[in-house]
Design a protein around this ligand. Structure first.
Ligand SMILES: Nc1ncnc2c1ncn2[C@@H]1O[C@H](COP(=O)(O)OP(=O)(O)O)[C@@H](O)[C@H]1O
Ligand SMILES: N[C@@H](CCC(=O)OP(=O)(O)O)C(=O)O
Length: 391
């Protein structure tokens, strides 16, 4: 088994956490100086760098008189509106003197869940990189509503790594990497230098954020790394508050926690189905369909569907479940819920007669299906569950 990071990494996504470049008073200029110096050096060495930067909220909240975490969504959105332009100016002022141009890219989950917009976002990123412009990505916090949020920038950085087909995802935080338990609470916690595969034992080590600046803590970083691993991208979780650490990593020094790519990676489109598209409904499959889909690598036909839940359109993602409701796969449907209600349990040869038209024999084609265990674990979003936060 391969136990090291891939050599010759050209394209890299670097995620910079709020805990790295901000404090309670706003942006931390010294840390921004140090990070931008390292980014400059990486660009000089010919790396293609995409930044995913947090800290818009942290950069703007003091203007609203907020200390600690903003307690409502409107306050968080207002803080981000103030802080995002400051954040961009901070990068521009530090990278421009070295001759590097920067571009702001603000995304919502909805932008990437729509295949056309996803491909459009990819084209924009590629065009920026071709023109030696450094994309600086953040969630579009000011406009986004809960259902359409990435939730945290660790998740956004993993989706970006897939979008850009990056060789490496670096997650800069305020800890040296993954410890066997939260080092903020346990002084004897030990750093894990390499993770070959993120399993339940590794996941159990990761706790939530220890500060009012960060979102999601180590748990969301591991989820992001797992997601990146499945698209063939390695992740390193590294302390961004130690100046020069980024360069040490690229000089081959043993820093942080490296999470190796999965041996069997998902094709980019299947990765998008599993992680980026939000499933809209559920199809309950009978025993024959379960066997065909899960063991036989077959497409799902209408005859194997026992029941339908939720409302969805043709082209949406749906969960394929057993009769107890347990998700066994996820895929893109060829028929809307209203159409499926008419053809469920029927033979494919009857579709055209029932509907008066037919998009295909399959309800979900096997090329548009992702099976467990490659689906994401559905955890709760720590910010969404805060009391009193409702849109
Ligand atoms: N097992 C662990 N190893 C390292 N850090 C952990 C672990 N469990 C929880 N954490 C917490 O995760 C925090 C980093 O995440 P977070 O606060 O969200 O920062 P960021 O702004 O970089 O995303 C650390 O400061 C630490 O308190
Ligand atoms: N989009 C938000 C950051 C959200 C987030 O995930 O923060 P962090 O855990 O610091 O990476 C902002 O710019 O403030």
């Amino acid at each position: 088994m391969k136990k090291q990071l891939p050599a010759d990494i050209r394209r890299v996504v670097i995620k910079i956490g709020s805990t790295v470049i901000s404090d309670e008073t706003g942006l931390d200029n010294k840390m921004l100086d140090a990070i931008c110096e390292d980014v400059h050096q990486l660009l000089l060495r010919g790396h293609e760098v995409i930044l995913v930067s947090s800290a818009a909220v942290a950069a703007g909240k003091a203007d609203l008189g907020i200390s600690g975490r903003p307690q409502t969504i409107p306050l968080r959105q207002a803080a981000a509106a103030i802080g995002q332009s400051r954040l961009m100016r901070a990068y521009k002022e530090r990278l421009r003197p070295h001759g590097h141009k920067v571009a702001q890219v603000l995304l919502t989950r909805d932008d990437l869940a729509n295949r056309r917009r996803y491909l459009n976002a990819r084209n924009t990123l590629m065009t920026l990189i071709e023109h030696q412009v450094v994309p600086i990505i953040n969630e579009n916090d000011t406009v986004v509503v809960d259902e359409l949020r990435f939730g945290d920038n660790d998740n956004l950085s993993a989706m970006t790594a897939n979008l850009a087909e990056a060789g490496l995802l670096v997650i800069l935080s305020d800890v040296n990497g993954l410890y066997d338990r939260d080092p903020g609470r346990h002084h004897d916690a030990r750093l894990i230098p390499t993770v070959e595969q993120i399993d339940a034992r590794i996941e159990a080590m990761a706790g939530e954020s220890g500060s009012s600046l960060g979102t999601g803590g180590m748990a969301t970083k591991l989820k992001a790394a797992k997601q990146a691993a499945l698209c063939g991208t390695a992740t390193v979780i590294l302390n961004g508050r130690v100046p020069g650490n980024l360069l040490r990593l690229f000089n081959g020094e043993p820093v942080g926690t490296s999470i190796l790519p999965a041996q069997d990676k998902l094709a980019a489109r299947k990765h998008w189905i599993a992680f980026t598209k939000e499933p809209r409904g559920r199809l309950l499959l009978d025993a024959g369909a379960l066997k065909a889909v899960c063991d036989g690598n077959k497409s799902l036909l209408p005859s194997g569907i026992s029941a339908i839940e939720g409302r969805f359109e043709r082209g949406d993602a749906v969960r394929l479940c057993d009769l107890q409701g347990l998700e066994v796969a996820r895929g893109i449907v060829n028929y809307a819920e209203a159409e499926l209600q008419q053809i469920l349990g029927r033979k494919s040869s009857e579709i055209a007669a029932i509907l008066g038209y037919k998009y295909g024999d399959e309800v979900v084609h096997r090329d548009n299906l992702v099976l467990q265990p490659e689906l994401p674990d559905e955890g709760s979003d720590p910010e969404m569950s805060e009391p009193g936060e409702k849109n």
